[in-house]
Design a protein. Structure first.
Length: 350
């Protein structure tokens, strides 16, 4: 593939149609329990119900199904005290409980499992966040600790924890607590089998900008950052080493640094497993990108050499409204959703 310069990146994939990262979809087994837990521990609050009728979800491979859910919105999507942290457009999580068919499987257990392993948030006080998780029945993998991201020793203070279904979430906090900061949803981590391959896909097909390359270039203790409590070798046997290494790239949708995508390749140990095959698996199952014109975006995906993209279909999501969507998968089989922006409200001046 020819070298791509900064000046012609807008011609790649759906860059010209891309509005930004819309939301992630997290399949849960008990919606009411999940919503309560996320609101108590994560910087997000319920915004809109997903309560559409039984219908076709052919893009997901089912002729007829039904689900219920909540759209959780990042706390910084609405004006914080003083207006300092207001965020627009908003970033959401869709918590979804499938009623027919019922959810299957279990979330990824291993921190190096290929697929969407964890969802990150930023918080103003990470020690208070850690205490909230424990108080509300979450299970941290360890206390907040530093994970090294660059050869010069740059690090962040973080910890991972499980929700009631065992899905991994993460908090990153500042060195000095900022009680005024309400916290916000941030990046999603995708463990990939080849960083170079995934980078080309997200750049050349989805049109994401390069962002920041993180490669510590060193081994560090597996406990750093409290990312998880299990690692496997590629053959499925437990990794019993005490050190780990990775390389990652934060990919940015249309220069929106608030909502990056963290694609990460484990170097020690090497990546394990395959991404969820079923869209009904418990866990973080897909990432949705909003586009302004889904028909044009689908044509550009096909032109970029990705044949396995579904037809465009319309989903009735109840209170959330009707949305036109299409599905494709990244090189590791991670499910990607394209969702068309809703029509703007009619102006009273028209």
């Amino acid at each position: 593939m020819a070298h791509t310069t900064q000046t012609d990146r807008s011609t790649l994939g759906i860059h010209a149609q891309l509005n930004g990262l819309s939301h992630v979809v997290i399949n849960v087994s008990d919606l009411d329990r999940a919503v309560e837990f996320y609101e108590q521990t994560f910087p997000a609050h319920r915004h809109t119900r997903i309560n559409g009728p039984a219908q076709s979800y052919r893009a997901l491979g089912i002729d007829r199904g039904r689900c219920r859910g909540w759209v959780l919105r990042s706390l910084t999507a609405e004006r914080a005290p003083g207006g300092v942290y207001a965020e627009h457009p908003p970033r959401d999580i869709h918590l979804v409980e499938w009623l027919s068919p019922r959810p299957i499987g279990a979330p990824y257990r291993e921190a190096n499992h290929v697929g969407i392993y964890r969802h990150n948030s930023l918080v103003g006080d990470i020690e208070a966040g850690h205490a909230r998780v424990i108080a509300h029945g979450g299970r941290p993998y360890g206390p907040p600790s530093r994970i090294v991201l660059s050869p010069d020793g740059f690090s962040v203070l973080a910890f991972g924890f499980r929700d009631p279904d065992g899905i991994t979430l993460e908090m990153v906090g500042p060195n000095k607590p900022d009680p005024a900061y309400p916290g916000s949803l941030h990046h999603c981590n995708i463990n990939c089998s080849s960083l170079a391959q995934s980078y080309r896909f997200y750049r050349d097909v989805l049109g994401l900008d390069t962002g920041v390359y993180y490669a510590p270039g060193r081994l560090q203790p597996v406990a750093n950052g409290s990312l998880g409590d299990a690692l496997n070798n590629p053959d499925g046997s437990p990794y019993i080493g005490t050190a780990m290494e990775f390389a990652a790239n934060l990919m940015i949708p249309r220069t929106d640094w608030r909502n990056p995508l963290d694609i990460l390749e484990w170097l020690t140990p090497r990546p394990y497993g395959r991404a969820y095959e079923s869209p009904f698996n418990l866990g973080i199952v897909r990432i949705a990108f909003e586009v302004d014109d889904i028909d044009s975006a689908r044509r550009r995906v096909l032109a970029a050499g990705v044949d396995a993209i579904s037809a465009v279909e319309t989903w009735d999501m109840g209170d959330f409204g009707e949305r036109r969507v299409a599905m494709l998968r990244d090189p590791d089989g991670v499910l990607i959703e394209l969702i068309e922006q809703p029509a703007p409200p009619v102006s009273p001046l028209d």
